[in-house]
Design a protein. Sequence first.
Length: 274
Amino acid sequence: MILKACKYKLTLEYDGTGFSGWQSQVNARSIQGTLVNAARQLFGGDVDVQGAGRTDAGVHALAQVAHLDAPHRLPLQRIIYGLNDLLPAPINILRVEEAPAGFHARHSARQRSYLYLISRARTAFGKRHVWWVKDDLDLGRMQTTAEMFRGFHDFVSFADRRIDKHLSTEVQIDRTDIASWGDVIVFRIVGSHFLWKMVRRLVGIIVEAGRGNLSPVEVKRLLTGISGLPAQYTAPPSGLFLAQVLYEGDRLAPLALPPFPFILRMLKHEDALP
């Protein structure tokens, strides 16, 4: 039994390469499981850690949010330094805050924002963090397709029903943004929540439209019926990042590229990081 003496809100970043995803799994290396083990060592007892989003295997986070129920209180500075000393290099705690007893990282969240990075050029250093698409992509077609997903829709064709079979597939999408800097295309999607593999399948369809292989009429049909097409075009996990989790009173951050060193190499001279 976990004695919930105090609760903390954690904001963390991680490189999901080599992890089975956020959610703890038996005989698999997960972000949640690794964080729980570190917190147990730090607090010397049982803890509970719950995240705002269950990122898939190989998916990254720029600002995942989790709550930590701990058996006793520690200074915030000791928590952040202590956890980071115990965590492997791909996981980094950015902030630790005291949270009210009723706070829940997932249930209290109002919106989630994901970024997907597509590279139009081959890159050695960014391979784990982009999807390299060799074909020419029509940015206008991609933007038109992305806009079709805004609003309240049934995304049953974009869900993995083996995982989400008991959940509603209706989702509210508030924003879909596409921008291009140098050889990098960034797609941002903001919504109430997302189904398992949903964002990656949306990206796959957007890229197929950018290649000229799908018309707006064909894309529209994916929102009015059941189709296995999105599963065929599921984008790889490497380019996907949980960018922001928004709670009451939070504002959506401006669209920007992550300031990774490899991105600087991919920008044209006239471009600058936004």
